[in-house]
Design a protein. Structure first.
Length: 304
């Protein structure tokens, strides 16, 4: 035999259950923000290397652009493209935009070098560079950053800039940093970002990221201090080491604070051995976590 509670009893029971549910939800608190995952970033390295050579104007470059744009859109970012021709070669920067507030830019180049002219084997010096670290590692960090920052409100307008045609300098008369130069020179002063941070060759398993000499000293110091606070002081070493022509230079020339986060002590630079097995998810994660915290804490905004 079953019994039915009177209407008043059912009301009391429903009220108690709702109160219990509210308590459980309150205990859970707000959802934690996503955290940068080096293993997920590494999958982006593998995807790019799997495309093959990605020099400016190639089918590999086009497929990489499509991959980057699709990943950005999947994470809710607006996608913009800057297309132009350089010496009759089509070149295209891809930019993901999200958030509101002061503009900050994180950049990486997605193209790879046409010739492995630093290879120890002279017979391989006209082969293309696989570009696992020199190219794919920086792109991978930005794409994983897109996932992380795509799940929360941002107090900054973040631009993730994927530069084309960075890496064929001194081949057939080409200069370096073609894509980033186009982007920087296209800006008018009222569009200048608060800062630009370029990440390049940051996936080396033997990670040693020193200060780059052309970089803005104030912003550079703030980034390395944040890295030390996060426990990465053994990998972000606050000592001058290299002077690099990289994608930060055109922005510095415009008077915009810019920093190159680069691990140039990489023995496979511009060789056929720049392959995915040389890249470490842990190295990607350290750099990604620093960029992630820069955005969340507003580090560098307002720096001169």
């Amino acid at each position: 035999m079953t019994t039915r509670l009177p209407a008043f009893g059912r009301l009391i029971l429903a009220t108690l259950l709702l109160g219990l549910l509210a308590g459980v939800l309150a205990d859970c608190g707000p959802a934690e923000p996503a955290r940068f995952d080096g293993d997920l970033a590494y999958q982006h390295v593998l995807a790019q290397v799997g495309i093959g050579p990605r020099e400016a104007g190639s089918e590999g470059a086009r497929r990489t652009r499509d991959y980057v744009a699709a990943e950005l859109r999947r994470e809710g970012w607006e996608v913009q493209e800057q297309s132009f021709n350089f010496r009759d070669v089509p070149v295209c920067n891809v930019i993901g935009v999200r958030g509101e507030g002061p503009v900050v830019v994180f950049g990486a180049h997605y193209d790879t070098r046409r010739w492995a002219d630093q290879d120890p084997d002279p017979a391989r010096r006209r082969d293309p560079v696989p570009g696992a670290n020199d190219g794919a590692s920086g792109v991978a960090v930005l794409l994983e950053l897109a996932r992380v920052l795509g799940r929360e409100d941002l107090d900054l307008e973040v631009h993730l800039a994927f530069f084309d045609a960075e890496d064929n300098g001194q081949i057939d008369g080409w200069p370096w940093i073609v894509g980033s130069s186009y982007m920087a020179n296209s800006l008018v002063p009222e569009e200048f970002p608060r800062y630009v941070v370029v990440v390049d060759m940051i996936g080396d398993a033997d990670q040693q990221i020193y200060w780059e000499r052309f970089s803005n000293p104030t912003l550079r110091a703030a980034i390395w201090e944040l890295a030390a606070e996060l426990g990465y002081g053994d990998f972000f070493i606050p000592t001058d080491r290299h002077s690099i022509i990289d994608d930060h230079i055109p922005f510095i020339q415009q008077g915009i604070p810019a920093v190159d986060v680069i691990d140039f002590d990489y023995p496979y630079w511009h060789t056929v051995a720049d392959t995915a097995d040389k890249v470490s998810p842990e190295s990607l994660e350290r750099v990604g976590r620093v960029l992630e915290e820069m955005v969340r804490r507003g580090v560098g905004v307002g720096e001169e």
